[in-house]
Design a protein around this ligand. Structure first.
Ligand SMILES: Cc1cc2nc3c(=O)[nH]c(=O)nc-3n(C[C@H](O)[C@H](O)[C@H](O)COP(=O)(O)O)c2cc1C
Length: 211
């Protein structure tokens, strides 16, 4: 956990819970890290390989709200080492995340890599920008050929990130990943079927000669 992440997460209540449960070393590590975290190449590569993430916002009534966001791998772009962005697609017309950030711009993301059992948490401030107002941003976030209609840009100003441990992440695979893994088996089965057919034809021919 980065110092900044812990700094944000370790509220007085959290610190009390840590102390009560013998995690005092965790709260002692926090406190002096005021600069936002900066993404390294490892985080950038991880983020740009994802085809979905879960994003929490906070409602004006204090409720956490989580929405799933999805698109082609890499739709969440690393714009620089403290800025992320993605196109907000037209959808269910509820605008809950958008409405929430108008009052409180804090968001929490969790990005999952199920096959490799890795996950990354991100804390950021998120702003909505009109795509028409920033042609360069629009070009970076727009996904040519993707069926969804982008309504605006959502830009995240990173505060902190945290890599989690792999425990309890069940490996899951996309259709494409499964297809790549079974392709050699399918070829092998096809070759064996062809060989089997040829052998049967050969054996059938020999039986006909003998009878
Ligand atoms: C037909 C349809 C397609 C959608 N496609 C996507 C999509 O590809 N990616 C995505 O993140 N949201 C997509 N959404 C949008 C989400 O359902 C939702 O509207 C959006 O994430 C905003 O949710 P919120 O109001 O809960 O914040 C789609 C919605 C509909 C109805």
């Amino acid at each position: 956990m980065t110092g900044k992440f812990l700094d944000i997460a370790a509220t007085p209540g959290v610190r009390a819970a840590q102390a009560a449960n013998g995690s005092r070393d965790l709260s002692e590590r926090s406190g002096d890290d005021q600069q936002p975290d900066r993404l390294t190449g490892a985080e950038a590569a991880f983020i740009e390989a994802r085809d979905s993430f879960y994003m929490a916002t906070v409602s004006e009534t204090g409720w956490p709200y989580i929405q799933h966001r999805g698109g082609p791998a890499g739709f969440l772009k690393v714009l620089d080492e403290t800025t992320l962005g993605f196109a907000d697609f037209r959808g269910n017309r509820q605008y809950i995340s958008l409405g929430n950030i108008a009052a409180n711009d804090r968001v929490a993301l969790i990005l999952m890599d199920y096959p490799n059992r890795r996950r990354l948490k991100i804390l950021a401030h998120m702003e909505a920008r009109a795509l028409s107002a920033d042609a360069d941003l629009a070009a970076r976030l727009t996904l040519p050929g993707y069926r969804a209609m982008p309504e605006r840009a959502l830009v995240l100003h990173l505060e902190a990130f945290d890599w989690n441990c792999p425990q309890h992440i069940t490996p899951r695979f996309t259709r494409e990943e499964i297809q790549a893994a079974i392709a050699p088996l399918q070829s092998r089965i096809a070759a064996l079927e062809a060989e089997n057919q040829a052998l049967r034809a050969q054996a059938g021919g020999q039986e006909a000669v003998l009878s």
